[in-house]
Design a protein around this ligand. Structure first.
Ligand SMILES: [Cu+2]
Length: 143
């Protein structure tokens, strides 16, 4: 997760886009790398995680224990081990985002789905909310 100015991995939120696909039951190691000069953080829905290190150093006392949000200081990558919810559905996305209100309001957010081995990774999300914002005939990419 590369955090920059109101973007995660170079993108702002698109409700129809699938940013990450997670296999149900997996524990994934994510690197939260704030490459911006401002402080950010990362909040992940439908998940909990443990901080492995911050800027290459072990977590301090307040960084230990199960979390759903972690502070991402500029220039000090945070490594986390993430466990996700136990239900799988390729059509049910969950968000991850910077929890600084001004930033997630500017689109500093993405989404992932959890699938099992029988389900195909989706290439797009088509929820009622997405369809309501999409003119007939295709995606407009403006939301
Ligand atoms: Cu932020």
């Amino acid at each position: 997760m590369v955090l920059t100015n109101n973007r995660i991995n170079g993108a702002t939120m698109d409700m129809s886009r699938v940013d990450q696909v997670v296999t149900v039951g997996a524990r994934e190691r994510w690197i939260v790398d704030n490459q911006h000069h401002l402080p950010h953080n990362l909040h992940i829905h439908n998940a909990r995680f443990l901080v492995v290190s911050v800027g290459g150093e072990p977590p301090r006392d307040f960084e230990r224990g199960w979390k759903d949000t972690v502070y991402a200081p500029p220039g000090r990558p945070v490594i986390i081990d993430v466990e996700f919810g136990r239900s799988s559905d390729p059509d049910w996305p969950y968000m991850f985002h910077c929890h600084w209100l001004m930033h997630h309001d500017m689109g500093m957010m993405g989404q992932f789905v959890v699938i099992d081995e029988t389900q195909e990774p989706p290439t797009a999300i088509s929820t009622p909310a997405v369809r309501a914002n999409t003119p007939a005939g295709g995606m407009n990419g403006s939301h």
